[in-house]
Design a protein around this ligand. Sequence first.
Ligand code: DGT
Ligand code: CA
Ligand code: CA
Ligand code: ZN
Length: 574
Amino acid sequence: MKNAAISELFSEMADIMEILGEDGFRINSYRKVARVIADMPTDIEEMLATGKLAETPGIGKSSLAKIEEFIKTGQITAHQELLTKIPQKLLQLLKIPGMGPKGVKAVYENLKVKSIADLKAAIETGKLAELAGFGDKKAAIIAKGIEFLAKSTGRIRLDQAFNAATIVMGFLNGLPGVKKIEYAGSLRRCAETIGDVDILVAAKDGKKIIDAFVKSEFVQEVLAAGDTKGAVIIKTDSCPVHVDVRVVPEKSFGAAFNYFTGSKQHNVRLREIAVKAKLKLNEYGLFRDKKMIAGATENEIYKKLGLDYVEPMLREDRGEIEAAQKHKLPDLVCLEDIKGDLHIHTTASDGSCEIEELINAAKQKGYQYICITDHSPFVAIANGLSPARLAKQIERIRKLNDRLKGVTVWAGTEVDILADGSLDYDDKLLAQLDFVIGSIHSRMSGDRETLTKRVLKAMDNPYLNCIGHPTGRLIGEREPMDIDMQAVIRHAAETRTAMEVSSNPYRLDLKDVHCKMAVEAGVKLVINTDSHKLHQLDYMPFGVATAARGWATKADVLNTWPLAKFKTWLAGKK
Ligand code: DGT
Ligand code: CA
Ligand code: CA
Ligand code: ZN
């Protein structure tokens, strides 16, 4: 689908026009087109062919012509022309967290900044801080943003890695002689970012498979191609991805699967246990002298080492080896346990779905309940609901519920936690809701003490049920807030406040180690998607995996509970 690429071109055109100070009305219409296309669930080419694109609100004649041009030629002349009007490296400034088109325009016009290097210099000489609209604080944030950008290591998000694995596995699946295919490495462990994707194939003739793999059409660059291993960079919709493919004999598949799943630290511990038992463990099998005693499956390897089977999500050497020896591994929460999604936005604020669409989607997923949680007024850019609009929404949801079968819709909110720790609706209104998530969306760069106090104070509100995306990080884009998580978790236990695990692959917030702290403190988790679009409801497995990496069981996760039990728990706070 060319949707993403076209949407990006329109927003880039809008960015350039904004930097050049062109007509605001046109800029907005380009942004609108970008948004409409990004939200479009069907292939834009198909929409164009069937004439549906021309009827889509927000897409005028001139945009239509540009889209048509892109589909025919792979570029848009107007875009190319805009690019000639600005310095080549200027757009890179937009990648810095804290810099928008307005900021870029200001530094370009007033300080002649044409690149990130120029901007760095302007920060060092203090010129940026002197510029109207910036100041010391903002300059410091931007300096941090530049550092952050430089540090980003090329690791990719879980969703991007899964897409890449799907492409490659789909291809390998069609090759003759392939007995088994699995993904291993950090992807199988569902780590929060992925360095490269490791795929394992069981087959006799490795060379044939590697040859076919490195020649496949999605390959952009071949890094290595041997008899049993190929390493390449593949093209995907979102980014280039490094993929390693290894071919092993079927009788060693379990040993290889175990070895290449890692983590390295977990492997080291396993090998130590083997050595103590006078055995040898490597990627070919578990051996006593020269005799292989296990290797075809992971299960038999763990068993022969005297361990219970360890789920990949736990293989980080964070106590799982000891627990496996004592038969004390947790029975991890899994996707099938999830009974509802409790953080979803609708068109009332900044979501793109109607409540009715969400109900249908929830039914398809077999959920028993969902909760609608639009924003509160403080986040004006997200069209947060005024108290009156929220009251109306509550009424509407109650009416809808009367007619519903099989699934219950809760009226909720994602209310802003304001700078002083108070909530953005009054208690009287909050009291009418089924579920209240409180989140921080402003002044996120405050100091540790201020931010921690702010969260603790919010939890004291008797109507607050859950802290949403507690650290506010965006993987690869924004650092987490500096918060004393130990203190927050302790207070969550004291106030019967749950902590959210956001399944959005940019967030995964709480992260795994914080989930484990929460679980150990007896704090309940809620695994949500924070969906703004329909397809984002599918993010749930990422959150479940993150909670599982934090050793969470079904009992630790409120939205695996039956409705009545959940309600009773919630009632206990007030
Ligand atoms: P990544 O790709 O950085 O996200 O992380 P992994 O865990 O996928 O690491 P990768 O791709 O370098 O290697 C895959 C697995 O292979 C790793 O989890 C464990 C195993 N492995 C790789 N190198 C070593 C090593 O030097 N020693 C041991 N014991 N295992 C290794
Ligand atoms: Ca890897
Ligand atoms: Ca690798
Ligand atoms: Zn949200």
